[in-house]
Design a protein around this ligand. Structure first.
Ligand code: PMP
Ligand code: GLU
Length: 398
């Protein structure tokens, strides 16, 4: 039988983070003791008060379709969160909830981007951004920010990348995969460039907002002179350890929310009713759990940085947020253990998996082939053992 997929499918790459996680699960199922640092998700359980809200929602028969953008109570809880935590004003009509922030980003790109449109994506980037732009027939324009500039783009780089075809720029702070955080002053510098280009929309992915080690989260939406061009992306996956519940949202100008609403209404409808009630409890409830998890991530960050610095050949930039370490590993390229030769970071990740039994993700998928990513959202014991294995495996390369 001939298999004839659309041209769109042929151009789409699989998610490298999910692929590596899948591979690690397969090896684990074969009985191999793999430490999985590939996929980025908190290892904590969802806090009890959130689970209780979901159980109550089941008992109260939240079992029917919700409004496409989410229940009004959830959207109101998000409006309150944005006001209290971020000091930005939105109305419930400016909020749209989706099946995870991943769908929120994709909806936004689908709503804004078409053939010939350019979307500026700073690299290293989260694996899915360029793929989503390609899915929308747009052109990703990659702006590189290496470890020497702390993986953050400058206003000059942004200005140089903007053309009359630029439709949007995607900023992610705290960043997946680098852990870099843009300060308010750095965001302001980028904003001043964008003020000169009034057609450009800012897609601000703030899903790691609460996993921040340097102070208060800064958001592009906090600058009143650009807020009407900002789409804030956020959700419950990371802050509340709720990756499986699949609730994300956009806070955006109403014309963008309306377009995403139309798209989502044809594509998936409103997100899971029970998960929405859980997310409402997350946003409206006690925030102590968020700080407890943040502190645990900070302790693990300190641990992994200390251990990574003891591995000859790795160059480490200290993450300011999120739960990833993104060391530069290009000093190993061209080296071999006598069996396998490491030519790039994907080879290195594969070598670490097969020889060291630690699952990581090569930097190629993040647009940064000189680095690789480790998620430290795992126990201290796993971090210590994984770094021991990585040190040993890399030590065999000549
Ligand atoms: N943005 C970034 C930068 C992420 O790392 C993730 C995690 N997969 C998402 C968005 C999507 O999160 P979710 O769909 O689980 O809400
Ligand atoms: N954001 C996580 C990661 O980057 C989850 C995987 C994904 O959705 O791609 O690992």
């Amino acid at each position: 039988m001939t298999t004839n997929l659309s041209e769109r499918m042929n151009r789409l790459q699989p998610s490298a983070t999910l692929a590596m996680s899948q591979k690690s699960s397969e090896l684990k199922a074969q009985g191999i003791d793999i430490i999985n640092m590939s996929v980025g998700e908190p290892d904590f359980n969802t806090p009890d008060h959130i689970k209780a809200a979901a159980i109550k929602a089941v008992e109260e028969n939240y079992s029917r379709y919700s409004p496409v953008p989410g229940y009004p109570e959830l959207r109101q809880a998000i409006v309150n969160k944005l006001k209290n935590e971020n000091h930005v004003e939105y109305t419930p009509a400016q909020i749209l909830c989706s099946n995870g922030a991943k769908q929120s980003v994709c909806n936004t790109i689908m709503a804004l981007v078409g053939e010939g449109d350019e979307v500026i994506i700073p690299a290293p980037y989260w694996v899915s951004y360029p793929q989503m732009v390609l899915l929308a027939d747009g052109t990703p324009v990659i702006v590189e920010a290496g470890i020497e500039q702390d993986f953050k783009i400058t206003p000059e780089q942004l200005e140089a990348a903007i053309t009359d075809k630029t439709r949007a720029v995607i900023l992610c702070s705290p960043s997946n995969p680098t852990g870099s955080v843009y300060s308010k002053e750095e965001l302001e510098g980028l904003k001043n460039v964008l003020l000169r280009h009034e057609k450009v929309i800012v897609i601000a992915d703030e899903i790691y907002e609460h996993i921040n080690y340097v102070g208060e989260h800064a958001s592009m939406a906090q600058f009143p002179d650009i807020k009407d061009r900002v789409v804030v992306i956020n959700g419950v996956s990371k802050a509340y350890a709720m990756t499986g519940w699949r609730i994300g949202f956009i806070a955006a100008p109403e014309w963008i929310v309306k377009a995403c609403n139309k798209l989502q209404g044809q594509y998936t409808s409103g997100p899971c009713s029970v998960s929405q009630k859980a997310a409402e409890a997350a946003f409206a409830g006690d925030q102590k759990c968020v700080e407890e998890m943040r502190l645990a991530f900070e302790r693990r960050k300190n641990l992994i940085v200390e251990l990574a610095r003891q591995i000859p050949g790795l160059e480490v930039s200290v993450p300011q947020g999120a739960f990833y370490l993104f060391p530069k590993c290009s000093s190993f390229f061209g080296k071999t253990d006598g069996n396998v030769t490491i030519n790039n970071s994907t080879d290195l990740a594969m070598y670490l998996l097969e020889t060291g039994h630690v699952a990581t993700v090569g930097g190629d998928a993040f647009g940064s082939p000189e680095c690789f990513r480790m998620s430290y959202a795992t126990s201290d014991e796993n971090i210590v053992e994984a770094m021991r294995r990585i040190k040993e495996a890399l030590g065999k390369l000549r």
